[in-house]
Design a binder for this molecule. Structure first.
Ligand code: NDP
Ligand code: GDR
Length: 333
């Protein structure tokens, strides 16, 4: 039987890497995008003639069910979400509707159509929030600290509930932060790599950030989509923690990024209280032992390389906009 994947959130960072990964595995790939007045295909423009795109929204139950019935996928990956933690305080209800209830809409659509469809839910380390155990593993209790984290916890438990209620193959991948040159510009890693490149190229003088002491377990998104797929290839549906097992401060990311272009971060970073959060997640550190043993999954890219690749990418992307005198300097350098 042909493998047919349906990916919600295909226009996002992970959606684009997952689509590439599944196409390489010979899957027929379908993706959902939501209607907007400008197109959001920047991350998948190189794939559009290899995949099939469908216009639906996680807010619209009937369209989700119609889509599942039309595509009849063997696997569904639910990556769509209002995924920016910062915005979830400004839009808590929308975040609940999309990131939380959206999961139930999709699970319900699958249940109506065919309960043998395998389902992956993009759960998050944000569910651990105010952590009660370090490192965090599958059994660590949740204590989410943002409307986003609360919505993800709801979506995660609905996934578990549909598995237990209807015997569906439904898994929650509890993924720690993963980044790439395709990361949205509002997330701190990409904000830093973009900001560093702008300063180096003479397009900006400063980079305004919030809490430099928050610690995250950061990996490369391209490595993490393999773990999503592996979860759906197992004999039984099980939830896994996916991360590197290393944690770094936001300040460490800043330091490596500025070092990469030969600048001192202290000369350019301004701490702006505007970027502090009403409730912070101070420390995330994964214990990925279960995924390593049972899925045989390991991250490949180191933290240092990840930071450097993101900075190099933004330097290249923005080089054409550099101030003329800096362009000359770069050519002769
Ligand atoms: P992105 O923000 O890059 O992508 C989110 C996707 O969801 C986009 O395609 C977006 O569409 C889509 N979307 C948003 N709202 C709706 C809606 N109402 N209906 C349909 N689609 C919608 O996130 P990532 O790729 O980084 O993350 C993928 C998933 O994994 C998310 O659920 C995220 O919460 C979760 N996650 C991410 C982690 C990370 O570190 N990256 C860690 C743990 C979990 P559009 O392009 O139109 O905005
Ligand atoms: P996070 O990612 O909230 O962990 O959620 P983000 O990159 O937004 O923040 C990480 C940490 O950096 C601190 N920080 C700043 N953050 C942003 N965005 N902008 C700043 O200027 C800034 N200064 C400091 C934050 O306070 C925070 O501690 C990501 C998302 O991908 C979620 O969808 C996903 O579920 C989790 O990772 C795991």
């Amino acid at each position: 039987m042909a493998n047919i994947a349906l990916i919600t959130g295909i226009t996002g960072q992970d959606g684009s890497y997952l689509a590439e990964f599944l196409l390489d595995k010979g899957y027929e790939v379908h993706g959902c995008y939501r209607r907007s007045s400008t197109n959001s295909f920047e991350r998948i423009h190189h794939l559009v003639d290899k995949i099939e795109l469908h216009c639906t929204d996680l807010l619209d139950q009937a369209s989700m069910e119609r889509l599942v019935r039309k595509v009849m996928p063997t696997e569904v990956y639910n990556l769509a979400a209002q995924s920016f933690v910062g915005s979830s305080w400004d839009q808590p209800i929308l975040t609940g509707e999309v990131t939380g209830l959206g999961v139930t809409r999709l699970l319900e659509a699958i249940r109506q159509v065919d309960t043998s469809i395998r389902f992956y839910q993009a759960s998050s380390s944000e569910m651990f929030g105010k952590v009660h155990e370090t490192p965090q593993r599958e059994t660590t209790p949740f204590h989410p600290r943002s409307p986003y984290g609360v919505a993800k916890a709801y979506g995660h438990w609905m996934t578990v509930n549909y598995r237990e209620s209807y015997d569906m193959f439904a898994c929650g991948g509890i993924l720690f932060n993963h980044e790439s040159p395709r990361r949205g510009l509002e997330f701190v890693t990409r904000k830093i790599s973009d900001g560093v490149a702008r300063i180096k190229l003479g397009l900006a003088n400063e980079l305004r950030l919030g809490n430099l002491d928050a610690c995250r377990d950061w990996g490369f998104a391209g490595d993490y989509v393999e773990a999503m797929w592996l979860m759906l290839q197992q004999d039984a549906p099980i939830d896994y923690v996916i991360g590197t097992g290393e944690t770094y401060r936001v300040g460490d990311f800043v330091q490596i990024a500025f070092d990469r272009v030969g600048l001192k971060w202290e000369d350019h970073v301004v701490i702006d209280p505007k970027f502090y959060r009403p409730a912070e997640v101070e420390l995330l550190l994964a214990d990925p032992a279960k995924a390593q043993t049972e899925l045989n999954w390991k991250p490949k890219m180191s933290f240092q390389k990840l930071v450097e690749e993101m900075v190099d990418h933004d330097m290249q992307r923005l080089a054409g906009f550099a101030k003329p005198e800096l362009k000359v300097m770069r050519k002769s350098a």
